[in-house]
Design a protein. Structure first.
Length: 309
């Protein structure tokens, strides 16, 4: 009975709001009354949602957003579109989740709040992680781009971590490594040294998990050009890991990862990769690393490990 009452209320509110969208000679209204319609559409949307009519609720939120846009309130328009995105999730319409999240982000940016827009994209991505990973990856990237445009990438640590975890879960290890390097650069902009060093070590781990020793070595060399990393525990751990790989002994690699606190302190998704190293045929990876290190790695292994413990 309560549901039926809410539905009746919603229909009445919607009818009244729709009338305000039209000029009316009888009401001496020569143009749409956007300002009067906006709150009515919002109330109708909420009542439809409470009565279980999700599609009607979403449509009402869209009209509320259009009304707010017409009166120049892009912030409120963005909030309504984000509500439409959330309802699309409940409807299982994953493409619409992404579409409405992008529209909301655009309105937040128009309102002079690009960081709020980036937050909206990140929330949309989070909703899509299981149902549509490719859309989630795309939204996370757009969110991080928007943070960067606003100069706030250094404050987006949680979104970087969520995006990396999503990539790892879907086997996108190279993409995860690239994003970790980007996260490291973002950390540098705000002096977040600990997170920066973990990100760079994580990139090494991700590439080794992908069985691409050459890319792992390259990101390590790039990271070593950063002062904050070059003298860190994470750098020493990465160096020891390469030496263990070059030795070609899987048990030594496993023991090294277990012995170094730096690996245990990685963010969970990347840390789970580290404890599974080495992956695949170790021999070609060992040969590649020996070649990259200039040979002779095996002879230096024992002394270097003693120094790095």
């Amino acid at each position: 009975m309560a549901r039926a009452g809410k539905l009746e209320e919603a229909e009445k509110l919607l009818k009244k709001a729709n009338k305000l969208w039209q000029p009316s000679i009888l009401d001496m209204r020569l143009k749409p009354d956007w300002e009067g319609a906006a709150p009515l559409f919002e109330k109708a949307a909420l009542a439809f949602k409470q009565s279980g009519e999700l599609e009607k609720s979403r449509a009402a939120y869209e009209r509320a957003a259009m009304s707010q846009d017409k009166i120049g309130s892009t912030w409120h328009a963005a909030k309504h579109l984000e509500s439409a995105s959330q309802i699309s999730r409940d409807l299982g319409e994953w493409g619409s989740v992404a579409d409405f999240a992008r529209q909301a982000a655009g309105y937040f940016a128009q309102a002079g709040r690009p960081t709020a827009g980036a937050d909206a994209l990140a929330r949309g991505a989070k909703q899509l992680e299981e149902a549509s990973p490719s859309d989630a990856h795309a939204l996370y990237k757009e969110a991080l781009d928007m943070y960067e445009v606003d100069g706030k990438e250094g404050q987006a640590g949680d979104v970087f971590r969520q995006a990396v975890a999503c990539l790892v879960r879907n086997g996108k290890y190279g993409d995860a490594a690239g994003l970790l390097m980007r996260f490291g650069e973002a950390c540098d902009s705000v002096g977040a040294r600990s997170s920066q060093c973990k990100a760079y070590l994580g990139a090494v781990v991700a590439w080794l998990y992908a069985q691409d020793a050459r890319e792992a070595w390259q990101v390590f060399q790039d990271a070593m050009g950063v002062d904050a990393f070059s003298s860190s525990d994470e750098a020493f751990a990465a160096d020891a890991l390469f030496l263990s790989y070059a030795d070609g002994n899987a048990e030594k690699v496993k023991a090294l990862v277990q012995s170094k606190a730096a690996f245990r302190q990685l963010d969970a998704a990347v840390g789970r990769l580290a404890v599974k190293l080495p992956i695949g045929d170790l021999a070609p990876q060992a040969a590649a690393i020996k070649d990259l290190m200039g040979g002779g790695a095996g002879e230096e292994q024992e002394g270097s490990e003693d120094e790095l413990m």
